[in-house]
Design a protein around this ligand. Structure first.
Ligand SMILES: CC(C)(COP(=O)(O)OP(=O)(O)OC[C@H]1O[C@@H](n2cnc3c(N)ncnc32)[C@H](O)[C@@H]1OP(=O)(O)O)[C@@H](O)C(=O)NCCC(=O)NCCS
Length: 206
């Protein structure tokens, strides 16, 4: 991706409030300590962590601190997805590698709490695309407006069919396949995705 952004429009202007952005039924928030603990537990569930490039178990104490301090760093965030109706935690989402020079960031840290999601069947209509897509679309739109990004990137394990389909539904396009060396010194194949601001503008007007 070659588009370059004028730099000062980015992280320095991000709001410091707890709520970062709002979707149809969810809000993306900087977590409380209690939520951070639940986020780590969710990330450490074998069915979830197996899909992460670094799939080692996170230390609960260190990770809680790391999550709670992410708003003090300029390049990454680990957000809680709350159901707006009653504030319960539905999952996590975030970004890393925010580059002012390139106007880009890597989006991910995506985990849906399926047990919670299943309870929604009776609360929302059939046309609702689910809390994770709701969250991801709201973060996507926030990225191209408030964050001032020009390119949104994501990297998904090539075997993670659900996440591949999900990422396409958010509007990102696959453009490369990579074999990456993991922290465990094994190789994992990933599909690299991107969404440029020009394509986002087309999506947003549909
Ligand atoms: C990848 C992922 C985020 C995709 O999420 P998704 O496409 O929104 O949701 P899924 O199809 O996985 O599950 C949706 C669940 O929400 C529930 N749900 C409730 N209401 C819903 C609604 N209105 N619409 C859609 N789903 C709803 C469904 O019951 C479903 O549960 P089920 O699988 O028991 O039927 C999700 O599968 C996940 O968290 N995977 C594990 C972690 C992971 O792979 N992360 C990505 C790393 S790159």
């Amino acid at each position: 991706m070659t588009e370059i952004v004028p730099s000062e429009t980015m992280a320095s202007q991000l709001p410091e409030s707890r709520v970062v952005c709002i979707g149809e039924f969810v809000e993306l928030v900087r977590p409380t300590a209690e939520e951070a603990d639940r986020m780590v537990r969710l990330r450490n569930e074998p069915a979830n962590r197996r899909w992460f490039f670094d799939n080692r178990i996170l230390d609960p104490i260190q990770s809680r601190r790391w999550i709670l301090e992410s708003s003090q760093r300029t390049h990454d965030e680990y957000l809680a997805i709350r159901w707006r109706g009653d504030g319960r935690l539905m999952g996590t989402i975030g970004w890393s590698g925010l580059s002012r020079a390139q106007g880009s960031a890597w989006f991910g840290r995506i985990i849906l709490d399926r047990k919670e999601a299943r309870t929604l069947r009776y609360e929302v209509g059939r046309r609702y695309p689910g809390p994770m897509l709701d969250a991801a679309i709201s973060l996507r739109d926030y990225a191209f407006t408030d964050m001032g990004l020009r390119v949104m990137r994501a990297s998904v394990l090539a075997t993670n069919c659900k996440a591949l389909a999900f990422t396409k539904r958010v509007g990102l396009r696959p453009f490369a396949v990579c074999d990456r060396l993991t922290p465990r010194l094994t190789t994992m194949r990933t599909v690299e995705f991107a969404l440029t601001i020009s394509r986002w503008k087309v999506l947003a007007t549909k």
